[in-house]
Design a protein around this ligand. Sequence first.
Ligand SMILES: O=c1[nH]c(=O)c2nc[nH]c2[nH]1
Length: 931
Amino acid sequence: MSSGGEPPTSQAFTPFWIAGPGSPTAPVVGNPVANPVPTSDLGTLGAAGVANAVPPTMSQDITTMANAVPHDDFNGLPEPPPPPPQTQDQQPGPPDPPTLVEAAPPPPPAAQEATSLEPPQVSAPPSAPTPAEVVAVVEQPGPAPAPTCSSGAPAKFFHTPSAPEVKEGVVEKKVKVQRRRLSPSHREMIIDLVFNEKKTSREVARYMGLPQSTVMSVVQVFKKEHRIHKKTATGRKRRLTTAQEFQLFEMSQERDNISVDEIRTRFLQQFPEFGHISKTTIYRTLERGKKGLIGMDPPPERYLEPIERFWGFKKKMKPKKVGAGEQPGNHSLLEPSVSIMEETGPIETGNSEKDISRQRRSLSIAEREMIISLFFNENRTIREVADFMHLAKSTVSSVVQVFKKEHRIQRKTSTGRKKKLSDEHEQMIMDILSQKEDITIEETRNRFLSLNPEVPNISKSTIYRIMENCQSKLRARSDMEVFVGAFVHSTEENPIVILPGMVMGVLNTKIEFMESIEELDHLKAEYGFTDSNIHYMTPGQFMMPGLVDTHIHASQFPNNGVAMDLPLLEWLQTYTFPTEANFSDTLFAREVYSKVVERLLRNGTTTAAYFGTIHLEGSKILADVVHDKGQRALIGKVNMMRNCPEYYRELSVQESIRDTEEFIRYVKTIQSPLVHPVVTPRFAPTCPEDQLASLGQLAAKYGCHIQSHLGETQPECNWVKELFPWAKSYTDVYDSMRLLSEKSVMAHCIWLGDEEIYTLRERGVGVSHCPNSNLSIRSGLCDVRRLISHGLKVGLGTDCSGGYSASMLDAIRQSLQVSNVLALERDQDYQRLTYKEAFRLATLGGAKGRTLGVNQLVLNMEDRIGNFEIDKEFDALLIDVTAPGSAIDIFSKDTIEDKIQKFIYTGDDRNIARVYVAGHRILDLHNRNIH
Ligand SMILES: O=c1[nH]c(=O)c2nc[nH]c2[nH]1
């Protein structure tokens, strides 16, 4: 890449609209700018391309462009009509939306091969819409990749592709019956095989001759119960008893305007022994109360972590020894009602067995869990529990007995058995467990036994029990990171909220609490952290959410800062496609992708939506690099097969879909909660209908995000009209191909009509505003105010290398400058963007639309990231405006808001002291290391 000197001017090569047909020259790996590709293939832009592609000269300045932006506004106008339904019977209309297994007729030559130097053929006459060839997206035989659940845990634990999730209803009932009829040894065996031997439920089912649904049901019940007695399930040190939680909730219900402080005071009066309770705990409890969750422990993700780790090391199935007389698949069956009554302790006279059993069965799960929790965890008597819950003692007793029975199955040491281990031994096991992150139970046992030859044996259940007991302490004390100082973030209501003098706790990946500094002692007492866990920010430091780049071409990074002299369509053919073609070289791909990801992280981009190239292997490398470096990202393998050079295009729809599906599966096998595939048709001009439709299907099949370009330049929009004459608009092309959903991100969206904006809003599509690129290659001035006020989700993108900076701070600034220019052109009422709004666009994203109800992040991740709400993932930047050698000058009179504003306008990576993604510190300025 030419790094110095002027970028070549348009005289340095023959622009495609002058060039005649000729044979394309394969690109040389190296400098595409220095070796602009001969433009024979560029002729494929065709008549429309040529007619419309005359590059705007510099005289087509910002003013004219600004004027060209449609002024129409919904404000004051009636609501635009809803977009007509996506019908196939519309004339003219798009090709039939394909079905997953449909083998459609082959595409017309025009759609299939629009690659010659002839002007592009329109895909179908309006009267006869062309049935697109659709590549059937057929279920692949063989093992499907393990899908992950939101916590990152393998979802196969809950459901496997071959065995649909057990649904409530008839099937569920049957499964329950079957589960109840299993003998304890059966259940124990299932639990052992699944949790200790790491078998899949399918393997266990086959081995034991049981339906898979039964096995899954037993496992789920085990997990549920697991949750019951693990008060420490979220790794949080939870000190409230269920009864206390109820008390808190009831207090909050007494009056409408009761304050949290008052609740706290009254609570502490009632439970003086409690000592401290933080506001976060009270809020959290009230939330649980509102959701009816009191009595149910929180999800067991964190508790289950050590168990789930086992999934990573699948061993070969080895038949388990069965006891004498026991045959796998031929176990004695137990009648549940009989066993329950046999085991039931003192039962009130007057209650028939049937009544008790009926009463027990009619209890909700929450009630049963509450009984268990009160009895086992809080050591209440049966009578106390019965009184407290207004139930018959016999009912409580029955529930306890059933629990004990099942309990015994899984944890032999738990109920009143003589404790075999000394406290020193327990401590030793805790130490072993805490020494290694991914230690297995088996390994722990072996280490323990080798250190203590005098102990004959120790069961895995005992180790589980010790592990669960010590887990919260271990986590709270060693893992919690606490920050004290100023925080700034955005909310739906306020583009910037500044919170000085706060304390924030981060546990594992998430924000655990955020409270005023006065609460520090309470919080220390509650969570058990010490000063060594605390980072005290200096007056020059503050914490902000990580930046979200909603549109960046990782593969164009070598061109960053060069080749800005041509408008989009010519720029693509002359500089961009040749550069991207180089990514067939995997070494080159790794070199570039490592650099770009590091550059982004240093600049505070914690989440990015990347375009790779058409190359499968190269795109996999991008996913690997992002994963290794710990960034949160969407990764797209680019799809394009026409109107691009022969040396850089996919050869057929089949190939395109096959490779993309393989790519999606690959990214999913990484099993990272941070890295996800995104289906990436480059843009309509390079993708025929059949390809677009198949990609829409693929995205639906895998629930993927989708990203593309839309309405970036006027010549491009005119060209799309010619290529898709049946479509009502550019947006309609994507909409007809099922490419618009709340998981879609469309970059640019400068030249859109009101109807198109309306469609995007209806579909919940996010817009990536890329101001640097829009100015640098002179595509137009995007009126973000118009998009936001019409309810679109908008975020910012660097769009490297159409934009010359990979920094989101630059994107913020350029968005403000574009808005200023628009304001100069518009009437006085025009509301330009404020720096606060631009900050929000770069972190949380903006959407004013009440249709969406909430402020939604463009990448559809608003429930996880974007600001510092409790329980969101901790993606954050520690900013230091006084960092040595930085470009910011701070004066004694500067307020915290001044410091924030100065950082936004004049800061850079030197001020980004630390970068956190999902709670992990992945960059630390002190050693300039990406971790
Ligand atoms: O800014 C852009 N960069 C690209 O690579 C691209 N491809 C299609 N449209 C595009 N716009």
